[in-house]
Design a protein around this ligand. Structure first.
Ligand SMILES: [Zn+2]
Ligand SMILES: [Zn+2]
Length: 422
């Protein structure tokens, strides 16, 4: 998508440039001053009475320099001091603001209905300040690899193989159906996750058994094997030339670095108390028939969550689907010190009550993003007061932001939402 909003940094640079240029065209000396002394030397000649008189005091705030005959000449020290201080302050403000803007992590949920938090919504794009862009649990709420909201995707993360995460189905069209029941269609034999990884040349970051499975699906699309991503220079430099996969288990970390960046985004796989069964539609015909007859499926490794440490210090815990568990405290809080929790709700695994206990007592983050709510939680962008999501928010002692589709939230290193939050 093209961003046509002027960059505030450019505005500040323009302002500073104007300070340097304006005196050549503006601020002429008052006519009555000219007969008494040269404007360029008046500061030295000026009497204390004149300098500190009320009329002259106003002049102190004029610009410090003026060009005459091509030469730059200094006016009074007081003027220079004040004006230089002003310019310096502006530059410092600009630098500070620049670093502030540059250091936010942008999080954009990609749900079924723009401006709402809907039943099928799970997908999110995380963009690190260095430009690394991650797609988390694409699920069923995009139209697939051609979804115009995706843009560049450097890595695809998948918490577990369930159809509503791997993407066994996809949106018929953006906004199709209702928020409570979006209209979805089969996504074919490869999964939306593999299609996007293949189309975007993305690194596939997930527990190794699942990354091998998705790697095979990518191979089915591209005709080329999916190698393990290089971790030279302390991480995989993105964008990668062709899709590759991580090779890590629970507790392992995969680092993604933007080209030229000093620091990378650190992705650690953490425990989830859930299941990891594959949709039968993604299996070969023989396996599908045999397993379906027995009412079971296969599990490519354990279900997981993620802890992602971004380069600005934001440490996000992506719970995946999970019941409440003790590692939310011992590993996610005590060890990783996650300050943002992206919590999957939905009564099948996490109730309003257990979710609130998880954030209040176990994870203890500075902020929470509520997603995977398995209900149409909003109407016209407003939280429905009788929803389960509303019940969770009522019980939570932490700020909860709704994962509203197509709206970008920005978080600083302390997990304070500085833009785009409700
Ligand atoms: Zn699940
Ligand atoms: Zn789920």
């Amino acid at each position: 998508m093209t961003n046509i909003t002027p960059d505030p940094r450019d505005m500040i640079a323009l302002l500073i440039a104007l300070i340097a240029v304006l005196p050549t065209a503006a601020s002429p000396e008052p006519a009555e001053a000219k007969p008494q002394f040269s404007p360029n030397t008046r500061a030295l000649d000026d009497s204390p009475v004149r300098r500190y008189g009320s009329r002259q005091r106003k002049k102190v705030f004029k610009f410090p320099y003026r060009f005459q005959g091509g030469s730059l000449k200094t006016k009074s020290f007081a003027k220079s001091f004040v004006q230089t201080a002003l310019a310096t302050a502006l530059m410092l403000a600009g630098a500070s603001a620049t670093s502030g803007w540059a250091q936010n992590v942008k999080i954009t949920p990609l749900g079924s209905h723009a401006g709402e938090l809907c039943d099928r919504d799970r997908a999110m794009i995380f963009e690190d300040p260095t430009g690394v862009r991650l797609l988390y649990d694409v699920g069923q709420s995009t139209t697939g690899a051609d979804d115009p909201r995706l843009g560049a995707i450097h890595a695809v993360l998948l918490s577990h193989a369930h159809g509503d995460h791997i993407g066994d189905q996809k949106m018929k069209a953006l906004g199709a159906g209702s928020c409570e029941k979006p209209e979805i269609v089969p996504a074919g034999a490869h999964s939306v996750t593999a299609e996007i990884a293949a189309a975007k040349n993305a690194a596939v970051v997930m527990v190794v058994d699942l990354s091998v499975f998705i790697g095979k699906k990518i191979e089915g699309l591209t005709g080329k094997p999916t190698p393990v991503c290089s971790q030279a220079d302390g991480g995989t430099t993105v964008p990668v030339a062709a899709a590759c996969r991580s090779n890590i288990h629970l507790g392992g970390m995969h680092v993604l670095k933007a080209t030229g960046a000093a620091q990378g985004v650190e992705i650690t796989i953490v425990y989830a108390a859930h299941a990891n069964s594959l949709p039968l539609s993604l299996l070969g015909e023989a396996e599908r028939k045999s397993l379906a007859a027995n009412g079971v499926s296969v599990e490519p490794g354990p279900p997981t969550g993620f802890v992602i440490k971004f380069t600005n210090g934001l440490t996000a815990y992506l719970s995946g689907d999970t019941g409440i568990h003790t590692e939310m405290k011992t590993i996610v809080n005590d060890f990783h010190k996650a300050n943002l929790a992206v919590l999957n709700l939905g009564p099948n695994a996490m109730t309003a009550l257990s979710g609130a206990h998880a954030v209040n007592e176990l994870i203890r983050p500075a902020a929470v993003i509520a997603t995977h709510v398995n209900e149409g939680a909003t109407s016209d962008g407003k939280l429905k007061p009788n929803s389960r999501t509303a019940a969770f928010i009522k019980l939570s002692k932490r700020p909860v932001h709704l994962a509203i589709s197509d709206r970008t939230m920005e978080f600083d290193g302390n997990a304070k939402c500085v833009a785009g939050c409700n």
